[in-house]
Design a protein around this ligand. Structure first.
Ligand code: AMP
Length: 302
């Protein structure tokens, strides 16, 4: 089967990142960027988002060279969204030091006519009201997946609850799952979130991997053991890109397909953290993905 088209909506950003060993300014980031680059190795991707006039043409050319459709990317007067974060010695933990919304502040996603028939939609972490707007402009997506964050769980709860009724796969981290469900046990938290709508809940746990829950299945995948993590930024969105990209090539979203997709998600995430921004993904091809996939299979065989 040929791969289904994926529409992603979310942030495109400049990130200032400090890890215990290195520091980088103005790295190209944003949830939609990481997702789109990762998913583009599997399926055609179309982006809905906004950047300022300071966003480098070379980066737009890189997206286009990867076959990413940018018709839905608005280039607005002003500066691109900026995020500044610092990682702790334990790189599972980070603090947001600064956030400048810039052109993102007035962002209202508009789907080009050609995007409305897309089969698959990934709603990256933005205001649930905007996630709902994108969803309402799609004619009949066969798969809707979403991410969110603590800010929206606290401040946009009603819209988030509305959204969850229409999401098939929710991909969030463990702290967000605890907050959303009101439970600090991962099994109870997932069960409560499944009751809120999604058929599949996938919980990302940083260097401990990811765990999937559905009505009849629990599945865990480890993170690929790496000697050095250079920059964990974007690992979650890259994981989602590999997962949803893989599912775009499957005729149905079965539990088996979700499990295999999670391994591809982990493969992509393990590569993106080996360098800043998505620089590592600029240098790989499908054979590198298959090689690490096979290493994953060997790692988990017993
Ligand atoms: P992740 O490490 O997968 O959580 O994704 C990190 C990316 O999310 C960075 O490249 C940031 O630019 C972006 N980001 C950080 N905070 C926000 C926010 N409040 N809204 C949208 N994107 C954000």
């Amino acid at each position: 089967m040929s791969a289904s088209r994926i529409v992603v909506v979310g942030s495109l950003a400049f990130d200032n990142i400090e890890t215990p060993r290195a520091k980088v300014d103005l790295a190209v980031g944003g949830a939609a960027s990481y997702f789109a680059v990762a998913a583009s190795f599997f399926a055609p991707v179309a982006v809905v988002g906004v950047v300022g006039r300071d966003f480098p043409q070379a980066e737009l050319d890189f997206f286009k060279a990867r076959g990413i459709d940018l018709e839905g990317l608005e280039i607005a007067d002003g500066q691109t969204f900026r995020w500044t974060g610092r990682y702790h010695e334990n790189m599972n933990l980070r603090d947001t030091l600064d956030l400048q919304l810039n052109v993102f502040a007035n962002f209202s996603p508009k789907l080009p006519a050609a995007y409305r028939t897309a089969d698959i939609c990934f709603l990256a972490n933005i205001d649930p009201a905007l996630q709902l707007k994108v969803l309402s402009e799609l004619e009949r997506p066969r798969l809707v997946a979403a991410d969110t964050m603590n800010h929206w769980i606290e401040n946009a709860h009603d819209n988030l609850v509305k959204l969850l009724k229409r999401v098939e796969i929710l991909v969030i981290n463990d702290q967000e799952a605890f907050q959303l469900s009101g439970s600090d046990n991962i099994i109870r938290a997932s069960r409560r979130i499944l009751e809120m709508g999604p058929r599949h809940v996938i919980i990302k746990r940083g260097e401990y991997g990811a765990i999937h829950f559905s009505a009849d299945s629990v599945f865990a995948v480890p993170a690929y053991p790496l000697e050095e993590v250079v920059d964990p930024t974007g690992a979650g969105d890259t994981f989602a890109g590999g997962l949803i990209g893989y599912l775009a090539k499957q005729p149905e979203v079965t539990t088996a397909a979700v499990r295999k997709g999670m391994v591809y998600g982990s493969v992509m995430a393990s590569m993106v953290v080996e360098d800043f921004s998505f620089d590592r993904l600029r240098k790989i091809d499908e054979s590198d993905i298959e090689k690490r996939y096979n290493q994953f299979v060997a790692l988990t065989q017993f």
